[in-house]
Design a protein around this ligand. Structure first.
Ligand code: GLN
Length: 200
């Protein structure tokens, strides 16, 4: 894996209130990229991009509001690149019909929580991501959402069945699965190379 010299100046923030944040930091570490846990508004001033990890979107909303992070995050995400996974992808979309979840409206779809139903709440599959990787990506879905009312502004990068599971709109990248739980940091690398470095 090529470590680019531009990586030296980057710090990727990972919202570290709940969920699989440590694994995202680990994926960045594999690429030779620094990360910083984001727990309070001040942390947002010290990062170049943000990862909003999986967890539980209801709990995450509560914690973001309690820590005074929701508003400042909403502001920085007007321009800062962001990668949302699972619950993070739910929060980055348009407001869902559940008042316990407060969405950031940064990508044009509406998420349906826990949309794969009980029997296959969690599953693994191989995804083909042609514009990103020359090999299949081993994807782990955990009580994943599906996305409805996807606008043409959103580019689908990978599908599972008929459903887009990896999407991009400008500086926003989202996955309904958990790329940080797979050995392969290829999607994290795409985020940094194609989105974060290009937005500078
Ligand atoms: N089901 C969770 C939610 O609705 C998301 C699951 C996850 O992030 N793995 O928030």
């Amino acid at each position: 894996m090529d470590v680019r010299p531009e990586y030296d100046d980057l710090t990727i923030g990972v919202v570290a209130l709940q969920g699989s944040f440590a694994k995202h930091a680990f994926s960045m570490g594999k690429l030779g990229i620094k990360s910083r846990a984001v727990r309070e508004p001040e942390d947002l001033k010290l990062i170049d991009a943000l990862i909003l990890p999986g967890g539980e979107s209801t709990t995450m909303t509560l914690l973001l509001e309690e820590e005074g992070l929701w508003e400042p995050m909403n502001e920085v995400l007007e321009t800062m690149p962001v990668f949302g996974t699972c619950a993070g992808a739910i929060l980055l979309g348009q407001q869902i019909d559940d008042e316990r979840v407060r969405c950031f409206n940064k990508i044009d779809y509406i998420a349906e929580r826990n949309a794969y139903g009980r029997q296959i709440e969690s599953f693994k599959t191989s995804l083909i991501i042609p514009t990103m990787l020359d090999h299949d990506f081993h994807a782990i879905f955990i009580r994943a959402p599906k996305f409805r009312e996807i606008k043409p502004s959103v580019q689908s990068l990978a599908v599972f069945g008929a459903d887009p599971v990896l999407m991009r709109q400008d500086n926003v990248l989202v996955a309904s699965f958990h790329p940080e739980l797979t050995e392969d940091p290829g999607i994290h690398k795409y985020f940094v190379d194609e989105i974060v470095l290009n937005s500078r």
